[in-house]
Design a binder for this molecule. Structure first.
Ligand SMILES: N[C@@H](CCC(=O)N[C@@H](CS)C(=O)NCC(=O)O)C(=O)O
Length: 224
C-alpha cells in the first residue's frame, strides 16, 4: 500500500487546489503539509525534494512529484479521468489550457491594488463570458451527457466545475446566458465524491486574502 497522498504547499488557494479537487474526484485520500516559512521550503530543497525549488510537491505512490500539470496528468491517467484515446486527450488538454488562462486571471485579482479590485473582477467576468464559457457551453451542447468529452467524467469536468465556482465569486449570475453550464454545474455537484468535497470542513479554500498573500511571500525565495 502506497498510503495517503501527501501535499506540500502553503495555506492558500492556488495551484495545489487543483490537485485537491482531482484527488477528491478520484476518491483518493490525502493529507496536506502547509508550509509557513522560507526555512521549511529551504529544508525541502536541501533534502532534494523540490526539483525546481518550487511547490506544489506531491508525494504519491512513492514518487515526489512537482509541476502542477504533470501531477494532474498522472492522477487523471491513473484514475481513468484522462480520456479514452489521444483525440479525447488533446481535446481535454485544449479545454484545460483555456481554463488555466481564465483561472490565472482570477488568481491575479487579489494582487491588484484594493482600489482596482472591482475593475479586475469586471474584466474577469467579461473575459469569462466572451471568450471561455461559450466554448464550454458549446462543447456540452454537442455531448449526450453533462460531460465535456466522451460522455464520461474527465479531469476537464472537474476543473470546469471549480472554474464556474470561481467565476461566480467574481460576478454572480455569470451563468445566466449559459443553460448547459447551469445544468452541468447542478449535475457535477451531485456526484457523490464532489458532493462530499463541497461539504463544510473540506479543504476547499476561499479566495486569497492578506494572510494567504503573506504566506506566499514567506515561502518565496524572492523575498528572502
Ligand atoms: N510551473 C510550476 C510553478 C510553481 C510555482 O511557481 N510555485 C510557486 C508557489 S505557487 C513557488 O514555489 N515559488 C517559489 C519560487 O519560485 O522560488 C507549477 O505549475 O507547479
Amino acid at each position: 500500500m502506497a498510503g495517503k497522498a501527501k501535499l506540500y504547499y502553503f495555506d492558500g488557494r492556488d495551484r495545489m487546489e487543483w490537485v485537491c479537487w482531482l484527488l477528491a474526484a478520484a476518491g483518493v485520500e490525502f493529507e496536506e503539509v502547509l508550509l509557513e516559512t522560507a526555512e521549511e521550503v529551504q529544508n525541502l530543497i536541501q533534502d532534494g525534494k523540490l526539483m525546481y525549488q518550487q511547490v506544489p510537491m506531491v508525494e504519491i505512490d512513492g514518487v515526489k512529484m512537482v509541476q502542477t500539470r504533470a501531477i494532474l496528468r498522472y492522477i487523471a491517467a491513473k484514475y481513468n479521468l484522462y480520456g479514452k484515446d489521444l483525440k479525447e486527450q488533446v481535446l481535454i488538454n485544449m479545454y484545460m489550457e483555456g481554463m488555466k488562462e481564465l483561472r490565472d486571471l482570477i488568481m491575479l485579482v487579489p494582487f491588484a491594488l484594493p482600489e482596482d479590485w472591482e475593475k479586475s473582477l469586471s474584466f474577469v467576468a467579461e473575459k469569462a463570458t466572451q471568450r471561455f464559457l461559450s466554448v464550454y457551453e458549446k462543447a456540452l451542447k454537442d455531448q449526450r451527457k453533462n460531460y465535456l468529452v466522451g460522455n464520461q467524467l474527465t479531469w476537464a469536468d472537474i476543473f470546469l466545475f471549480e472554474l464556474i465556482l470561481m467565476v461566480e465569486e467574481c460576478k454572480s449570475g455569470v451563468l445566466s446566458a449559459f443553460p448547459k453550464l447551469q445544468e452541468f454545474k447542478a449535475a457535477i455537484s451531485k456526484l457523490p465524491r464532489i458532493h462530499k468535497f463541497l461539504q463544510p470542513g473540506s479543504p476547499i479554500r476561499k479566495p486569497m486574502d492578506e494572510a494567504n498573500l503573506e504566506a506566499v511571500k514567506n515561502i518565496s525565495r524572492f523575498n528572502n
